[in-house]
Design a protein. Structure first.
Length: 441
């Protein structure tokens, strides 16, 4: 199977200290950072999310809260509804783990006189491989089945480029080309799968290093709030490759032969080693099935034949806007008139003011054929408020829409016309092998 990586009779004192620090630091971080162990649950992950449970609890809140208040003057408690990985609580946790790892390493070094830890090294490297592999599969399948960066929504097509945040620019750029997003995901999935097979660990770590370096660079330059996690995964890739740096340099730079790039063995018995290898492969398949199935279900819910869309799906240009019986001219300075209405999801809509500002709202299609519009008061869109508009729906033709009713307690009549979605260059510009000049708009 695999041969033991050559280990000297004794490690250099700096190597011993670095190894012990890494064991404590990465061990604690990988166990306490919820997405990492959760990814290894595979197919069970979806069931646990549906049933709820302790995985949503932040067990480190008491620690990060106290450290944050005592040393940094902030209440570093995890906001579970945020979804951001760079919250103050996470950075305080990272700081706390560094301190704990430094103290634990000093105590470990003071009381443990062993010059090397070959067996612990083998298990620690396995632990890191599983954690990194699970994350690479989780990230990869979210792109291979393009859910992470979906194609631009209808409202996004109307938003001026200069008003976009850097993160939105990145998401829309990748989401505008599904083949590109899927290629990125395929590379990450390949890296993750290779990490679960002992013979291909080094190749998987190299591919993971390249992928996580790109992820970290994008997170840094486009202000994506997952810089801490991507940095951790990059460091894990570096640690996995550290024992092989000299041999990789011999092959790729010095053009010399090198010893086999084998993994440290978990057991002395060959049969146990083979069983352990097959268990690792099974775990990789299990995690891949979980990530793949989870993303496939999400894809079907969003994009399948039965995926929900609004009854009035499309972008509608306002042709006439009558308020209190008075026809309003399309003036940019008019604060009451609308320019467009966008219906995308089944329960959401967006109207565009005359100054081009977009206002998201909840859209409730009532059984009696009326439409209620509610201000979206919080990011989740579930802040219960009274409707600001109640409108009846009339469609003289498939491409014409007439809304009558009350808007902010004033009678209103809005005549609209559907916009051809293929009129947007982003949607109608196809692939071309032959181009005599760049089509740059």
């Amino acid at each position: 199977m695999t041969e033991t990586v050559a280990i000297r009779a004794g490690w250099h004192p700096l190597t011993q200290f670095a190894f012990r620090f890494c064991v404590v630091y990465f061990g604690l971080f990988c166990l306490l950072l919820t997405p990492i162990p959760f990814a290894l649950l595979g197919l069970l992950g979806r069931w646990i999310r549906r049933s709820g449970g302790p995985w949503v609890v932040a067990p480190t809140d008491p620690l990060t809260g106290w450290v944050g208040r005592t040393f940094f003057g902030v209440d570093a408690v995890l906001n579970k509804n945020s979804g951001a990985g760079d919250q103050a609580a996470m950075w305080v946790l990272a700081f706390s783990i560094v301190i704990v790892a430094a103290v634990a390493t000093a105590v470990w070094t003071a009381f443990d006189r062993r010059a090397a830890h070959p067996r612990l090294l083998a298990w620690f490297m396995l632990f890191l491989r599983l954690c990194l592999g699970g994350q690479m599969l989780s990230f990869g399948f979210a792109k291979l089945i393009p859910n992470q960066m979906p194609e631009p929504s209808l409202a996004r097509l109307l938003q001026p480029y200069g008003s976009l945040s850097p993160m939105s620019v990145l998401w829309l750029q990748v989401g505008s080309s599904q083949p590109y997003e899927m290629a990125l995901g395929a590379a990450e999935v390949a890296a993750g799968l290779l990490l679960f097979v002992p013979r291909t660990v080094v190749l998987g770590a190299v591919l993971s290093l390249a992928s996580t370096a790109q992820i970290l660079l994008l997170n840094l330059t486009f202000d994506v709030p997952e810089k801490l996690l991507s940095l951790l995964l990059l460091l894990i890739s570096v640690v996995l490759l550290a024992p092989y740096v000299r041999r990789l340099v011999d092959v790729f730079l010095r053009q010399r032969a090198c010893e086999p790039l084998t993994q440290p063995t978990l057991f002395a018995d060959g049969r146990k080693i083979r069983i352990a290898a097959w268990i690792q492969v099974f775990i990789g398949i299990w995690v891949a099935l979980g990530s793949g199935y989870d993303n496939w279900v999400v894809w079907q819910e969003r994009n399948g034949a039965g995926s929900p869309k609004s009854e009035l799906y499309g972008i509608w240009d306002v042709q006439e806007f009558t308020l209190d019986g008075q026809l309003l001219s399309p003036l940019k300075t008019d604060e009451n008139r609308w320019q467009r209405i966008v219906f995308d999801g089944p329960e959401t809509a967006t109207y565009q003011r005359m100054d081009d500002e977009l206002e998201p709202m909840l859209a409730d299609f009532l059984p009696n054929g009326q439409l209620e519009l509610v201000t979206m008061g919080d990011p989740t869109g579930r802040d219960v408020q009274a409707p600001f508009a109640t409108l009846s729906i009339d469609r003289p033709t498939p491409d014409q829409l007439l809304l009558r009713g009350e808007l902010h307690d004033h009678p209103v009549v809005i005549a609209l016309e559907r916009v051809d979605l293929d009129s947007f260059t982003l949607r109608n510009r196809d692939f071309h092998w032959v181009q005599d000049s760049a089509y740059f708009r």
